[in-house]
Write a new protein. Sequence first.
Length: 177
Amino acid sequence: MELQEVICKRKSIRAYTEQEIPAETITAILEAARLAPSWKNLQCWRWLILRQKKQRQALAEVLGDWNRKVISSAPVVVVLCADPAASGVMGDKQYYLVDAAIAMEHLVLAATAHGLGTCWVGAFDEEKVKNALHIPPEFRVVALSPLGYPAQEPPAQPRKPLAEIAFFDVWGKTQPE
Ligand SMILES: Cc1cc2nc3c(=O)[nH]c(=O)nc-3n(C[C@H](O)[C@H](O)[C@H](O)COP(=O)(O)O)c2cc1C
């Protein structure tokens, strides 16, 4: 699949089939995440891949109703953690979040290219998630995502037009000329 096709195909998937994901596919998408750029190449992220039902249930139990449903539907759940001390801060910008988000998008696009669905889940009680999964105290939990073969084809969600979000040379100038 061409990159643009993968980007257009990706949507948040919130219902999954029970089909198992081959181990080599999981390795391939983690490999894509591994190659992401990061602050000073410090690679502050850690991935916790929940394949066992017991682990996924332990996580689901500490989520709110909506995200519990999203997470519980998938055969695999990805937990993205990051160590802020292994990244940088500029002013009030904490780059561990940026590092982690880029790595997640690498993973998400690679998953899409393999026919898998994902959904960034950001609404959760971090302390509860850390306790449920025994994540070391120095790590932040940045995101969760279900991973599996889609059982739905949601419509594309609307995006703002380019003219509203991209300017050329001068702030507010929407035409390149
Ligand atoms: C930082 C972030 C947090 C999100 N948190 C949640 C969430 O907790 N639960 C959920 O169902 N979707 C969540 N989403 C998915 C967004 O709702 C979704 O990306 C957006 O509506 C656009 O839809 P699309 O991904 O299908 O294009 C999150 C997305 C991002 C980027």
